[in-house]
Design a protein. Structure first.
Length: 271
């Protein structure tokens, strides 16, 4: 019996170790779709289907990327944008989570703060940018403020929803066993609101990345958004697409990371 278990174990390990050689159907279809798109993009200007001046080609974008990473001071501009993103997003998390907890647990606070909060949420951030420039100048501060305003509202609203929509059965059970308010908050409300909070953070990532780019497009002398504006005005589509792909890859990577944390939290709650 023991020998059978020992022979089964290596077979199982071998099966697990080679499972990556068999990708899922969705991964295969997605890869083929990307390859087909790149091929069509490459041949479309040559066939006269599109104007190559406005669409470029994958090979030209690749060569432009190599030149940018070598000679365009890419790391400097990336560091500027990353600093603005991290500062604004960290400030949004620090402010939005306590504010969302307050709004989700206090009706009085919700009545007082919710109307002006919704008014700011509805107002486009681009409309507030000239005011932010007048108040904060043209340095990093207005871009950090744009990132903050873009990220703070999804986190606040989702945290508030997670707190206010806690399972009433769990709340009654906790009170019936004599749990204190702190115990109810830490053992019922916080675990129950984590999925909503992480969803808010995931949505805030996209708005924060957009805020960095929009802020630098209008008010900046450096950064990824500034380079996008510079090459857009010069009609350098190949270089423009390189920086656009960098922004997309950065936002997509952060979104995937937050989604993986969401899945782990859901698995933890189910256990």
């Amino acid at each position: 019996m023991r020998s059978a278990e020992m022979t089964a174990a290596p077979a199982e390990a071998k099966q697990v170790s080679f499972s990556f050689l068999y990708p899922s159907r969705s991964a295969v279809v997605g890869t083929l779709a990307v390859l087909l798109f790149l091929v069509l993009w490459q041949v479309a200007p040559s066939m006269g289907w599109v104007n190559g001046r406005f669409t470029s080609r994958p090979t030209e974008v690749f060569l432009a990327a190599i030149d940018i990473f070598r000679n365009d001071n890419f790391l400097y501009h990336a560091r500027i944008s990353l600093t603005e993103f991290v500062a604004g997003f960290a400030l949004a998390i620090v402010v939005s989570i306590p504010l969302g907890v307050l709004l989700g647990t206090s009706k009085i606070a919700r009545y007082l703060i919710d109307p002006p909060l919704m008014a700011l949420y509805i107002a486009p951030t681009l409309v507030l940018l000239p005011i932010l420039v007048i108040w904060l100048g043209i340095d990093m501060a207005p871009k950090i403020a744009v990132v903050f305003l873009g990220a703070v509202f999804p986190i606040v609203l989702n945290t508030m929803a997670g707190m206010s929509e806690a399972d009433p059965k769990l709340l009654r059970m906790a009170r019936s066993f004599g749990a204190s308010k702190f115990d109810i908050f830490s053992r019922v409300l916080v675990p129950g609101s984590l999925p909503a909070l992480l969803t808010g953070i995931r949505l805030a990532v996209g708005r924060a990345v957009l805020g960095v780019v929009v802020g630098e497009l209008f008010v900046s002398q450096a950064g990824i958004g500034y380079q996008l504006n510079l090459y857009g005005q010069a009609m350098r589509i190949d270089r423009l697409l390189v920086y656009a792909l960098v922004v997309s890859a950065f936002g997509y990577t952060l979104t995937i990371l937050v989604r993986s944390v969401e899945n782990k939290v859901r698995d933890w709650r189910s256990k």
